[in-house]
Unconditional design. Structure first.
Length: 174
């Protein structure tokens, strides 16, 4: 199995951030390797920003990695099982997902895990959604505190719910 990054790294002169942006992605090189070595499992990594893009790439290689996009916008993965594996549609909302996460967070907090270790991975869960910035800001400003507990996460959820209830009221009056 080969996991191939489609972007070369320039070790002299570019910062890690610049290395993620300046050298061009070269998917063709990855596709060529799969063609030349069809018996190898080839997985493409680098720059994939949507499930639609991933599905097109999967027609040419055996797997796709979506690291940064999935980290910054985890909800992008909510339909993966449905679209790629034929599973039933995911009917959970983002808020449902966070509410289901609360018992795990409570257990981890009781074991001494700091809240920020669990919330940093969901900061982007409401990316592009009204209230998403308020959710992220509340967690960023409060989850790192030594006494941060479940109420910090519950308050962050309430900020998103406040925005959605405002949007619903505006829709009804329009």
């Amino acid at each position: 199995m080969l996991i191939i990054h489609a972007r070369i790294a320039i070790l002299n002169g570019l910062s890690p951030k610049e290395n993620r942006e300046i050298p061009p992605l070269n998917y063709e090189r990855v596709y060529m390797i799969k063609e030349r070595f069809p018996h190898l499992k080839v997985i493409l990594n680098g720059g994939v920003k949507s499930i639609d893009d991933a599905m097109q790439i999967l027609a040419l290689v055996d797997g796709v990695m979506m690291g940064r996009e999935a980290y910054h916008n985890p909800w992008i993965l909510h339909r993966v099982d449905e679209l790629l594996f034929g599973e039933s549609p995911n009917t959970y909302s983002r808020i449902d997902t966070v509410r289901d996460y609360l018992p795990y967070v409570a257990r981890q907090l009781s074991d001494g895990t700091p809240l920020q270790h669990m919330t940093r991975h969901i900061l982007g869960l409401f990316h592009g959604v009204p209230g998403g910035k308020a959710f992220r800001r509340h967690l960023s400003e409060n989850a790192f505190r030594r006494d941060a507990g479940l109420s910090v996460l519950e308050d962050a959820i309430a900020r998103v719910e406040d925005f959605s209830s405002i949007a619903n009221r505006e829709e009804q009056t329009a």
